[in-house]
Write a protein that binds this ligand. Structure first.
Ligand SMILES: Cc1cc2nc3c(=O)[nH]c(=O)nc-3n(C[C@H](O)[C@H](O)[C@H](O)COP(=O)(O)O)c2cc1C
Length: 170
């Protein structure tokens, strides 16, 4: 089956230049409010919101359209606890030697360390996996291309989608 046809895309939209200016400004004003957060409330977030953001991530471009990513959304307190324990174990190795002095120096002003309590506080954790082998169909075992780039772009889409969804009012 052909994957793509060449007819004009039916979701293509054209704008006036003034609309484009307004849209680009509005997007910039919103995206510049995105920040890396290392402290989360435990307010619940509806699963459908997370699913919509994952669907948005899945629209990202990828090498040969193989979509070499796998997103796992976790809300179970037990699994979040296990992830926190494993992450903190891994991070202790990083901060206690693996990182090296130069990297630790670069991280100093961020004030990060091996403690990750937010991995249990946040209502959802999203684990992102890269797939070196796969293809367009789930059972495929073909080589995937530009895996890191593709997964990085999809992760960027996900961050953008989550930021756009916003935070829940108390
Ligand atoms: C590839 C990558 C790896 C990162 N690793 C970490 C990390 O291990 N721990 C952390 O707290 N932040 C991490 N960050 C977040 C950066 O520290 C953050 O993006 C940067 O300080 C700029 O701040 P901002 O995201 O609020 O603009 C990472 C960001 C990227 C893109």
């Amino acid at each position: 089956m052909q994957q793509h046809d060449c007819s004009p895309l039916n979701d293509y939209i054209e704008y006036s230049e003034s609309e484009m200016l307004a849209r680009s400004e509005k997007f910039y004003q919103d995206i510049k409010r995105r920040h890396s957060i290392r402290s989360f409330s435990n307010r619940t977030v509806d699963k459908t919101i997370i699913e919509n953001c994952l669907k948005a991530a899945g629209t990202a471009p990828s090498g040969a359209n193989h979509q070499p990513w796998h997103f796992v959304a976790v809300s179970s307190p037990e699994i979040k606890k296990q992830i926190r324990e494993q992450a903190e174990h891994h991070e202790r190795g990083f901060y206690d030697g693996r990182a090296g002095e130069e990297w630790l120096e670069a991280l100093k002003e961020l004030g990060t360390d091996a403690n990750k309590p937010y991995l249990e506080h946040a209502p959802w954790l999203i684990a992102i996996f890269s797939q070196k082998k796969g293809g367009i169909n789930e059972a495929d075992k073909n080589t995937n291309y530009y895996v890191h780039e593709s997964v990085g772009i999809a992760t960027g889409f996900l961050i953008n989608a989550l930021h756009n969804a916003g935070s829940r009012l108390p």
